[in-house]
Design a protein around this ligand. Structure first.
Ligand code: WTA
Length: 647
């Protein structure tokens, strides 16, 4: 049985070497709130190398909204991640890479990574990429994905990494929105023994992207791919022609660093824009404190570089701190459920950071695949991406970490750039399922439906009351949408889209999204995105998509589909709809259930009542709530009759 009220104090072995204890945390936290300018100036000096100091630490106003940090300062992110380490850590391993097949590994020292980045940066320049240009990176999990990101930062180009699991159409939309002029991709990716046709997907996407002048193709599998003369160039050929010296551009702290698309409650993904100085400080500093990072740690974050976790905690945070970061191409259950733990032993991993969905999937495989490995190198565990249920937390803590390794449940978002609510290994007593306390400079608050701030023990909508350096600055090309999405619900505050509870110790328990965003295996998806894909089919009149609780994925996707009159549903049509969603978005958006619906529950003004659809999907039929305001209450009974139990 899981004791839901258990509290786990800081283990003595951790306390001995930790950077901060509880009193340190409290002192520093207080300082970060009472004197943010002084606090952040000190941290910026300590963690980051600047070419020119700032004129002003911060300048922000959530009403406009306007957010600026370290204005006037100049720096370069690739210099911070590479050059400044060369003297003392040139031969230290920067990246340990493990391929999809067990034991296939490569390592790159800081010096080797530096050379690779300089060469590609020069190669990009030879292809006409200049400061401020957008470069799309659509790569498998190979070191060259990190090289590509760093090469962009070196010359001041803005990267937009698109997850390799996205479809050609999703890739096309992102390339068009950011108006990218160059794409870096690979012939194929490999995950769990399966090939992903990245180059073919790119070719398909680029049919509608006339602005793309160059496609750089990294050979991962040597598969035969189509070749467009003058547009396509082999990665190795490009870097072979390029000089290995490339002085970094001096960038302004507020110059854009990257764009990363994420889902919101409307159909079109948003291009989250992060800038240079604040972002790299947030990434470096959180990586240092949250994982109690020490020089000889071997650090592994299992995310994909296509998501923000991969940006901040595989590439930028660890490399800024001169760490050894592990990159894994494959999946946790290939060839079997011991894979991650074998990797921990093989590489001597000390810090391991993953997602609750992976923990739940591995927990299902039982204790034996874990117990047959040693895992004695592990010191700190982490999770991110969705709420972790106490059962999974306990299994992770007891079985994986043998009750020796504290679990850092880190809450944050693509928009926040870095970790926001989190324990610190030497400072925080843990409660399974709670992300615990705010990181330095973070001022969370809970709001009720009327926009009043709740005090003490309470549950409400989670907002952040003051800016932090790693905060997104705008939605690329659409500042109005930025204002609307994050600053209109609670004027003067950043609205996270999450609900949370605060307990009597001031600990935060994130309860999940309160908007129409789904979290499927830790991947963010808008219900409207899936609906837009479904209604593209000529037989579909209307579609409504909701999430339902799923044992492994956290949330599954339940779609209600109404057909045009005269059309009859059949299994072949269901398959066509599934294929359509995969084509428009990608396999991660595949609906678990499609239920044919003669009608959808609507208010008299025509608004779909999703609350009811969510209850039906979750089989919570006793708590449907008031259905009397519906235009036609009878549709609900019919939907209940034909409910499909998800597999
Ligand atoms: C959810 C991932 C509970 C949350 C870094 C947030 C979490 C969304 C946690 C952002 C956590 C992330 N506990 N929920 N520790 N971490 N979330 O943008 O709903 O992919 O709003 O960023 O994931 O997802 P995103």
């Amino acid at each position: 049985m899981v004791d839901r009220n258990a509290v786990y104090p800081v283990p003595e072995t951790i306390a001995k070497t930790a950077h901060l204890n509880q009193a340190d945390y409290q002192t520093l936290y207080r300082r970060s709130i009472e004197d943010p300018e002084g606090f952040w100036a000190e941290q910026a000096d300590r963690f980051i190398d600047w070419y020119r100091p700032w004129d002003r630490v911060m300048d922000w106003d959530f009403h406009e909204p306007r957010i600026r940090w370290f204005e006037g300062a100049e720096l370069n992110v690739s210099h911070n991640c590479l050059d400044r380490h060369l003297e003392t850590r040139g031969d230290k391993t920067a990246i340990i890479w493990e391929g999809d097949e067990p034991g296939e590994t490569r390592t790159l020292s800081y010096r080797e990574l530096h050379t690779a980045v300089c060469r590609l940066a020069n190669g990009l320049r030879m292809r006409g990429v200049r400061r401020g240009d957008r470069v799309c990176i659509y790569m498998p999990m190979v070191p060259e994905a990190a090289v590509a990101m760093l090469a962009c930062t070196r010359i001041g180009a803005i990267h937009s990494v698109v997850f390799g699991g996205f479809s050609p159409n999703a890739l096309r939309d992102r390339i068009q929105d950011a108006d990218c002029k160059l794409v870096i991709t690979a012939d194929e990716g490999i995950r769990g023994g399966k090939r992903i046709p990245l180059k073919a997907n790119t070719d398909a996407a680029l049919k509608d992207c006339p602005g793309v002048e160059t496609v750089v193709v990294y050979r991962r599998t040597e598969a035969e791919v189509e070749w467009v003369t003058d547009r396509d160039i082999d990665y190795h050929e490009l870097v072979a022609q390029a000089d290995d010296e490339c002085p970094p551009e001096s960038m302004g702290a507020e110059d854009p660093l990257f764009i990363l698309y994420t889902s919101g409650s409307t159909g079109k993904p948003k291009g989250v824009l992060h800038t240079t100085g604040g972002y790299i400080l947030q990434a470096a500093m959180t990586h240092h404190y949250v994982f109690d990072y020490h020089e000889d740690d071997i650090y592994w974050c299992t995310a994909d570089v296509g998501w923000v976790t991969g940006h901040s905690y595989i590439v930028y945070g660890p490399l800024a701190n001169g760490a050894t970061t592990v990159m894994f191409e494959g999946v946790p259950n290939y060839p079997d459920a011991s894979r991650h733990w074998e990797m921990v032993d093989r590489h001597g991993i000390t810090i391991y950071y993953t997602a609750p969905t992976a923990i739940r999937a591995l927990m299902r495989a039982g204790d034996e695949p874990v117990k047959k490995t040693r895992r004695d190198s592990l010191r700190i565990l982490g999770t991110v991406g969705e709420p972790i249920n106490p059962e999974a937390w306990n299994w992770y803590h007891q079985v994986v970490g043998e009750s020796r390794c504290p679990v850092m449940d880190t809450w944050w978002q693509t928009e926040t750039g870095g970790i926001m609510i989190t324990p610190l290994p030497g400072a925080t007593d843990l409660k399974p399922g709670s992300a615990t306390l705010p990181f330095f400079g973070v001022q969370p608050a809970l709001m009720d439906a009327d926009g009043r701030e709740l005090e003490g023990e309470a549950a409400g909508n989670l907002v952040i009351k003051a800016s932090w350096p790693g905060q997104m600055r705008t939605v690329y090309g659409d500042h109005e949408r930025f204002a609307q999405t994050y600053f209109s619900a609670y004027p003067g505050c950043y609205f996270t889209g999450d609900g949370a509870r605060r307990d009597s110790d001031g600990y935060y328990w994130i309860t999940g999204r309160v908007d129409d965003v789904l979290n499927v295996s830790g991947h963010r998806l808008g219900t409207a995105e899936v609906e837009s894909a479904l209604v593209l089919h000529s037989t579909v009149a209307e579609a409504a998509v909701v999430g339902f609780p799923h044992d492994v994925k956290g949330q599954g996707i339940y779609a209600y589909v109404s057909l045009m009159s005269g059309k009859t549903p059949d299994p072949a049509l269901k398959q066509e709809l599934i294929d359509l969603v995969r084509k428009e978005i990608g396999p991660i958006a595949t609906p678990d259930v499609i239920q044919w619906a003669a009608g959808l529950p609507k208010t008299r003004s025509g608004k779909i009542m999703r609350r009811i659809l969510r209850k039906i999907a979750a089989n919570e039929l006793d708590s449907l709530g008031d259905t009397s305001t519906l235009a036609d209450p009878a549709v609900v009974d019919e939907l209940i009759d034909q409910r499909i139990e998800p597999k």
